[in-house]
Design a protein around this ligand. Structure first.
Ligand code: GCW
Length: 700
């Protein structure tokens, strides 16, 4: 009896403390793409070991510990710890990491022009030396640049690339590369599908979740340099002294990783927490209140980034309440922040239907007349499309129509309208479609990416924001594949010209496995996931058919009792005569907010690409598509192929059985099954609903 008890006790201890943590830690997704798995290819491992034999990191760096810890855990993981690490740069080191000015040896080894080219965030990775004394130098002007260079170097190893003859000089294309958290102060996350807010405001400033550090590492590894901590549907309390004290702690953790913090602010804060009876941006007391608040913030957070504002939109207050314009409001805040180099990101997500009955036209009509009226530290943050993160939208016509104003692009990483954390949908191809779209603003070749990076219109400030899908779930994003969207967002903010498949392959190798079958199969699954989602949800330019409120499943028959533009029927306009929103010159003429030749191409149903057909046109069910098919038949085909594509994704996933760790394999397998069932529901619900009109008018 005694010995049985003892045996059970030993077994319990073993399982709880020895075996369980390692298996739990094994593959639950927590480590994201920073898993630093052992390099299996022995030749490659041998080469790597030679190169990292003697790592030297300059002690003078203000983020020395961050770089040292990352290098050391990465090399321990990938090469079983066979390297030496010192904090002084010498001629003997095999891998030297330091700013250009930290050591004479580094600065003398590099051409001064190249040093200048690295700017404030760029870096150089350079192979030098002869065959018997080879060296790699990672150098930058700033410690932030060096951190990015270090992560780049580690990525080369994580993705199994050669470290011979490296000559890499990189700079980010966009300056402000931000995540926007829609986190509320009570810990909930608006449109968050991965648990609670990771900030845990209630525990701050005393108790700090160690997870925030891992969050910072992940962001730094993909070049993200700013984080808006709280929801754009903001609470004034974020500016209260107690919350500022909490924010200080977060800022302190993120700073060594090159990440600044920002707040979403409520326009009526002076009234709500400041005791004033107005928030009129031209009122001297209001102006003073914001200036004092800025001074208070910068005193405790000297590198504070600035404010994000959702004004006069979806119930949020704004300057319009006081008869003032967006520019009046934004400039007043910008002037409070300017002495400290802070910025204002003023959102253009407005759709006041009294301005125009077509929601897609409103932002343009409100903002384009204000071009040139904003202060130089104001950026207008514009969603990728004119509506709201639908599975597919044409780019917003604001891009290319406000040449005197820097526009930031807002993308949505959290998959509010694309299956949330239940569906596998890799969004990089969606973002690429927008970034690569030609606005024709300065003639052919004026891509959206060249508008937002400031190059097309010579702006000295630029930025991009992604609405985060990160939460307290162990795997951060709910779905293991939603991590890919976080990763891809970061990579594209740095280099919008990267190809989505290259990003996917990089991510797969680091997150899943470098087995070629796994890499090929997963990249195929990811590549077909977004087109599949469009097809089973909203093909041929349809949009906004989702369930009211939670936005998850289909609800094509939804009619909002008060606001037409929150009804699905407002968007698809299906009836006996056909389907689609006529935004052509015979309809609302929204098409004319685009530059020629887009306004003419998209104006004609024959020339308009199928992807945007029902976005711009209302067409009869029997309309003949370019393929000769009727519109109704084509719609059915698309919905069916969306479902088939998910079935293919599922088959591909199952073919990887045994090649993927059990925990993540089962997790994704279950979600793909749900995705298939959901896709069928989308198809069946939409086709049944549309069929009541279409079946009677089309026979083939
Ligand atoms: O997409 C819609 C969301 C809202 C969100 C709003 C916005 C934060 O459904 O939840 O509010 O957009 O972007 O402001």
């Amino acid at each position: 009896m005694k010995s049985k008890l003892l045996r059970n006790f030993v077994l319990f201890v073993l399982l709880t403390y020895v075996i369980a943590p390692t298996t739990l830690l094994a593959e639950d997704g927590y480590r994201l793409w920073l898993r630093y798995e052992t390099v299996k290819n022995s030749m490659l491992a041998q080469d790597y070991k030679q190169i990292v034999k003697q790592v030297e990191i300059s002690k003078s760096l203000d983020n020395y510990d961050v770089i040292k810890n990352e290098i050391s855990s990465a090399l321990t993981g990938m090469l079983s710890g066979q390297f030496s690490l010192s904090d002084t740069i010498t001629t003997k080191g095999t891998l030297l990491i330091g700013t250009f000015d930290c050591s004479k040896y580094i600065s003398q080894s590099i051409d001064p022009d190249i040093i200048a080219e690295c700017g404030s965030e760029g870096y150089l990775i350079l192979s030098t030396g002869k065959s018997d004394s080879k060296q790699i130098i990672i150098a930058a002007n700033t410690s932030r640049g060096l951190l990015y260079g270090t992560f780049h170097f580690l990525r080369l190893m994580q993705t199994g690339q050669s470290l011979e003859n490296l000559s890499i000089l990189q700079n980010p294309r966009l300056q402000k590369r931000l995540l926007n958290h829609w986190d509320n102060l009570n810990g909930s996350v608006e449109r968050g599908y991965a648990g609670k807010s990771i900030w845990k405001w209630d525990n701050l400033p005393q108790n700090i979740d160690p997870r925030i550090k891992d969050y910072a590492r992940a962001n730094a590894s993909i070049g993200i340099n700013g984080v808006v901590l709280n929801n754009v549907n903001s609470q004034a309390e974020i500016l209260r002294q107690d919350y500022l004290a909490k924010a200080v702690v977060i800022a302190d953790i993120l700073r060594p990783y090159g990440i600044q913090i920002y707040f979403s602010v409520k326009f009526t804060s002076p009234k709500q927490i400041g005791g004033l009876d107005t928030a009129d941006p031209l009122d001297p007391q209001v102006i003073q209140w914001w200036q004092d608040k800025a001074a208070e913030i910068y005193k405790i957070i000297p590198d504070f980034g600035g404010f994000l504002v959702k004004a006069y939109s979806e119930g949020q207050p704004g300057p319009q309440q006081y008869g003032r314009s967006h520019a009046d409001g934004a400039n007043m805040l910008a002037q409070a922040l300017a002495p400290y180099n802070g910025i204002v990101m003023w959102r253009s997500f407005v759709y006041d239907l009294s301005i125009d009955s077509d929601r897609t036209k409103c932002a343009y009509l409100e903002f384009v007349p204000l071009d040139g009226k904003f202060d130089s530290n104001v950026l207008i943050q514009t969603k990728n499309g004119p509506i709201d993160f639908q599975p597919r939208e044409p780019f917003s016509p604001l891009f290319g129509s406000m040449p005197k104003t820097p526009l930031m692009m807002e993308l949505q990483i959290t998959q509010e309208y694309s299956g949330q954390a239940q569906h596998l949908v890799y969004l990089a191809p969606q973002w690429k479609e927008v970034l690569d779209s030609d606005t024709y603003a300065n003639g052919p070749g004026t891509k959206v990416s060249s508008i937002i990076d400031g190059s097309a219109e010579s702006h000295s400030i630029s930025g991009i924001a992604g609405v985060s899908g990160i939460g307290s779930d162990r795997n951060w994003c709910g779905h293991h594949f939603s991590q890919a969207n976080w990763y891809a967002f970061g990579r594209l903010t740095w280099a919008p010209d990267l190809k989505s498949d290259d990003i996917a392959r990089e991510w797969i190798k680091m997150t899943w496995s470098d087995d070629p079958k796994v890499v090929d199969t997963l990249s195929e699954i990811m590549a077909c996931s977004w087109p599949a989602c469009i097809d089973y949800m909203t093909p041929l330019g349809l949009h906004h058919l989702m369930h009211e409120g939670h936005h998850y499943g289909p609800q094509p028959d939804y009619v909002h009792p008060v606001r037409h533009d929150w009804s699905s029927t407002y968007y698809h306009k299906a009836g006996k005569d056909g389907i689609g929103f006529n935004r052509s010159s015979t309809g609302t003429n929204a098409v004319n907010q685009y530059h020629p030749p887009l306004n003419t191409i998209w104006d004609s149903p024959e020339a308009c690409p199928n992807e945007y057909l029902l976005w711009f046109h209302h067409l009869p069910w029997s309309y003949r598509m370019k393929s000769g098919d009727t519109l109704w038949h084509q719609l059915q085909t698309r919905y069916n192929s969306g479902v088939d594509e998910v079935r293919d994704m599922q088959k591909m996933w199952l073919s990887l059985s045994g090649k993927i760790d059990h925990e993540r394999f089962e997790h994704v397998k279950k979600r793909l099954q749900l995705q298939l069932e959901n896709a069928e529901i989308w198809r069946d619900t939409c086709l049944k609903y549309f069929g009541q009109f279409a079946d009677k008018s089309v026979t083939n």
